[in-house]
Design a protein around this ligand. Structure first.
Ligand code: PBE
Length: 302
């Protein structure tokens, strides 16, 4: 072997020896210590989700109203997938983490989490999810309008679908299985509805787990009365615009009064609100239950 090559090999070997233990050290952060202030333990960071989420906007408000910004706190933009992955890792190692959480969601089933108290009521106590359709749908597709108007289920039912999807089942299959297991509920939504023959209906949604569950179940319910539904995922702003401009027929993703409130008010006169499809949703900052000294948003400053 050439001398220079040999030296290079030796050097890269040495570098590996040095780099690996260093990386291993820095990756293993300390476990949550209830005797110390939280801020430095999480680098004053709230682990958030995608920038377009209503909850991100509400959390920015919370940072201001609780004066968390003055205490160095910041909200990190990420994605639901990245946030839940980080959450899973930190919980495995009993490390501290503060997230933007919401319910219904499998994160509350899979992990022991608690919402932080919100004495200033920035997030609102509880929310309902509404079904929103385009103007004129009642006249153009009365059967779809009726099914969507009746579509209503519980947080536990939505969670059941979400858990299957989280375990790897295709959303459409999970939705069909759920409907098969709840024939009476489906019958309530579709009773007396005139069947159509392959009429198209376009639904739009944001691909949060909760919205995937509701959109696919509503779409599969529409299929049972003869529609051919299509589903298209997009961000919040285009989602609302798609209904307001008649580019899409319906969506089941309006968290009200707070989380989707800004869009609701912006588009109120250009959409039809079919009312609640799920009661008792919740949004707020959340932490693993082993973070015993952090129970309120105020505690982040301690
Ligand atoms: N979420 C889930 C959404 C609504 C549904 C709480 C992440 C949000 O706009 O924040």
């Amino acid at each position: 072997m050439h001398k220079v090559t040999k030296l290079k090999l030796l050097l890269s070997g040495l570098a590996l020896l040095l780099v690996v233990p260093l990386a291993a050290c820095s990756a293993k952060a300390a476990a949550y210590d209830s005797s110390k202030p939280l801020g430095p333990q999480v680098n004053y960071t709230i682990t958030g989700i995608d920038a377009g989420a209503g909850e991100m906007e509400t959390t920015q408000k919370a940072l201001k109203q609780y004066h968390l910004e003055d205490h160095k706190w910041q909200l990190q933009t990420s994605s639901t997938a990245a946030m839940t992955t980080q959450l899973g890792k930190d919980i495995k190692n009993k490390q501290p983490i503060v997230i933007t959480g919401w319910q219904p969601h499998w994160m509350f089933t899979k992990y022991k989490l608690k919402f932080l108290k919100d004495p200033k009521n920035v997030y609102g106590s509880s929310e309902n999810i509404h079904t929103i359709v385009r103007k004129g749908l009642k006249k153009d597709k009365p059967s779809a309008y009726t099914v969507l108007d009746r579509f209503y289920w519980t947080p536990a039912q939505m969670s059941a679908v979400m858990i299957k999807v989280n375990a790897g089942m295709a959303p459409r299959k999970a939705a069909r299985e759920w409907l098969k297991a709840h024939p009476e509920q489906l019958a309530k939504w579709t009773k007396g509805v005139k069947h159509v023959h392959g009429d198209k209906i376009k639904m739009t949604y944001v691909s949060w787990d909760s919205e995937i569950a509701s959109s696919f179940v509503a779409a599969e319910a529409l299929r049972t009365v003869g529609y051919k539904p299509t589903l298209q995922a997009m961000e919040m702003q285009p989602l609302w615009a798609s209904i307001a401009t008649n580019a899409a027929d319906a969506m089941t993703c309006a968290w009200l009064p707070n989380t989707s409130g800004r869009f609701y008010h912006q588009y109120r006169s250009e959409i039809t609100d079919l009312g609640v499809n799920l009661r008792g949703a919740k949004v707020g900052l959340a932490v693993p239950t082993y973070m015993t000294n952090v129970n309120s948003i105020e505690d982040l400053k301690k």
